[in-house]
Design a protein around this ligand. Structure first.
Ligand SMILES: NC(=O)C1=CN([C@@H]2O[C@H](COP(=O)(O)OP(=O)(O)OC[C@H]3O[C@@H](n4cnc5c(N)ncnc54)[C@H](OP(=O)(O)O)[C@@H]3O)[C@@H](O)[C@H]2O)C=CC1
Ligand SMILES: O=C(O)C1=N[C@H](C(=O)O)C[C@H](O)C1
Length: 253
């Protein structure tokens, strides 16, 4: 039996790739390509909804899908710790619900974030610099927010040294870690985590050169969602990386 899939954000850069992957996979049938102007009832008969739309629209799209009993894959950015906490409560109150939130579908990004979590325990001076294409509407990126939140968590409440963080050129503080955002022609996506210590700086860099980087992660996430239960955040478990960065690295509920 094929799984019927609806895609919210289907006309976008990521959405068109998701549609292509779903259409090429015999396990799935693409039944709805949804955009901003789509009827809210469109795609209601799908088993699985993929949301790759806009950070402002994503919570309502996910909530509607859960109310219909659809399994949900979220690739949209903007799912900070606060939003995830609220989503975890909704999922817990919805019998049989399955939601997979993936801040970044690329293997290298997942590994980069895991390595940053390990390193964050050993350095007190940490900053994140992310760069994206000029079409990106939100900043900081969802990946940078998630990376900063997970590094802060790995430090068990030990604050990062972020001098003069009240000055706007010092970036935006996310979980106490300064994050700097560039929107630059010629860039697809890039993230650097810089960790400063006595006489040294460790830099963990990930470069996305094209959307092809997301292909394998999207496919793995779609298949993982067929049997998933509850709320899962990140591809760590799906890619066999659970435990790499310590307990509960990429899982929030
Ligand atoms: N997890 C990951 O690995 C990745 C995540 N992303 C994230 O995915 C999201 C989409 O990125 P991208 O494809 O580049 O964006 P695009 O701007 O190319 O596409 C956005 C899509 O969302 C739709 N949309 C916009 N606003 C709304 C709304 N208010 N309600 C419903 N649908 C809406 C648009 O529909 P319409 O055409 O009708 O306006 C369009 O189909 C972003 O949050 C981005 O950060 C991106 C790349 C990788
Ligand atoms: O908008 C993008 O392009 C991307 N968005 C995601 C994010 O905000 O982290 C993932 C990736 O960085 C590409």
């Amino acid at each position: 039996m094929t799984t019927r899939v609806a895609v919210a954000g289907a006309t976008g850069r990521l959405g068109s790739l998701v549609c292509e992957i779903v259409e090429a996979d015999p396990a799935f049938e693409l039944v709805a390509r949804l955009g901003r102007a789509s009827d809210t009832e469109a795609g209601a008969d799908a088993h699985l909804l993929v949301d790759v739309s806009h950070p402002d629209a994503s919570p309502a799209i996910v909530e509607r899908a859960l109310a219909r009993g659809q399994r949900v894959l979220v690739g949209t950015s903007g799912w900070s710790e606060d939003r995830l906490t609220a989503l975890a409560a909704t999922v817990a109150a919805t019998p049989g619900a399955a939601v997979l939130v993936v801040p970044n579908f690329s293997l290298g990004s997942v590994l980069g974030t895991a390595l940053a979590q390990i390193a964050a325990k050993f350095y007190d001076s940490i900053e994140v610099i992310e760069a994206h294409h000029p079409g990106k509407v939100d900043s900081p990126s969802g990946t940078a927010v998630r990376t900063a939140e997970l590094m802060a968590k790995a430090r068990n409440g030990r604050p990062v040294d972020a001098p003069h963080a009240d000055q706007s050129p010092r970036g935006e503080l996310v979980a106490g870690i300064p994050v700097h955002s560039l929107r630059l022609a010629g860039v697809v996506a890039k993230q650097e985590v810089r960790l400063g210590g006595d006489g040294e700086v460790l830099t963990i860099t990930h470069d996305t050169h094209s959307n092809a980087a997301y292909r394998a992660g999207i496919s793995a996430a779609l298949h993982a969602l067929l049997t998933a239960q509850g709320l899962t955040v990140g591809l760590d478990g799906v890619l066999g990386l659970s435990g790499l960065a310590g307990s509960g690295a990429g899982v929030s509920a």
